[in-house]
Design a binder for this molecule. Structure first.
Ligand code: ATR
Length: 276
């Protein structure tokens, strides 16, 4: 929070909207980035419940010093309808996690979970092109990651989710955009895949069950996590014991922070606006 004491009347403001909000790590990371760059920008947390989301967003349109906001649990789907335009990625995923406010108060939504995950992989030297992927989860983050991995040229995606119909729906949506991609609904068994990804929320709490059967992991597999806290989840600990290379969730957050800072600062003329 080094830069908050430099907040002045010219400071451009960003918000993060969530409920609950106490756990969010983005403001600290974003403010550190602004500070390092000497940007006259600050991010503040807005604790907003579902019933108030619409009225808050209406009010944000009129805040002329606000350039954008991040939207997280549980508002990523509801915010879609409240934006004036959304990106192709957000339309495919059906969710938005970053909103840019233009000078006239219009709101453009984008989703960076998938791009952030991909950038995090590549930052660690993992190129997903041609890989077969096992994806645990079919929620908002899973959808974004699945579309980004498909666009990056993976050869196959197997999706396993507690609620099987959501995995089936995600494979259907993927197949319409990527008709040649091998897609299937899987089980707890991640074997036979190069890259194993946990995109469920399992691992956030110490007493969570594991998202997949770790006894079936083999040393040639790479296991990646979207959970940032704890850094080493029970899944990653078990995968390390099985000899797998593991990638924690922090690079995804850090890469998203960079993408978000860029997305929210981008002039409206520099990006494609697609109206919903
Ligand atoms: P996010 O936007 O962060 O992805 P989400 O859309 O609520 O959040 O998705 C959470 C994911 O974690 C889902 O895949 C969810 O499975 P369901 O679709 O069956 O709900 C998964 N998840 C959460 N708690 C779980 C649990 N106790 N056991 C298994 N899967 C769980």
């Amino acid at each position: 929070m080094e830069n908050t004491n430099k907040v002045s009347g010219t400071t451009r403001v960003y918000a993060i909207i969530a409920d609950p909000i106490h756990h969010v790590q983005t403001p600290a990371a974003m403010n550190r980035l602004f500070s390092e760059r000497g940007d006259d920008r600050v991010m503040v947390p807005f604790h907003v419940s579902t019933k108030d989301l619409q009225s808050v967003v209406t009010g944000l349109r009129g805040i002329q010093s606000l350039d954008g906001f991040i939207v997280t649990v549980p508002h990523k789907t509801a915010i879609v309808e409240l934006c004036d335009s959304i990106s192709d990625a957000a339309r495919l995923v059906g969710a938005v996690n970053v909103v840019r406010r233009s000078e006239n108060g219009s709101l453009h939504g984008d989703i960076l979970d998938g791009e952030g995950f991909l950038a995090g992989l590549r930052q660690r030297g993992v190129e997903p092109l041609g890989m077969s992927v096992y994806l645990a989860g079919a929620g908002g983050a899973a959808k974004a990651i699945a579309f980004s991995l498909a666009a990056a040229g993976v050869s196959k995606i197997t999706i396993f989710n507690r609620t099987a119909c959501k995995a089936e729906e995600l494979t259907r949506r993927l197949s319409t955009v990527f008709p040649t991609l091998e897609l299937s609904v899987g089980s707890y068994d991640p074997s036979g895949h190069d890259l194993v990804v946990n995109s469920t929320s399992l691992g956030l709490s110490a007493d969570d069950i594991l998202p997949l059967d770790v006894t079936l992991l083999t040393p040639s597999q790479i296991v990646a996590e979207i959970i940032m806290k704890p850094a080493i989840t029970p899944l990653l600990a078990a995968a390390t014991e099985k000899g797998c290379r593991v990638l924690d969730g922090m690079p995804m957050l850090l890469c998203q922070i960079e993408l978000m800072a860029a997305a929210m600062a981008t002039n409206k003329n520099e990006r494609n606006h697609e109206h919903i």
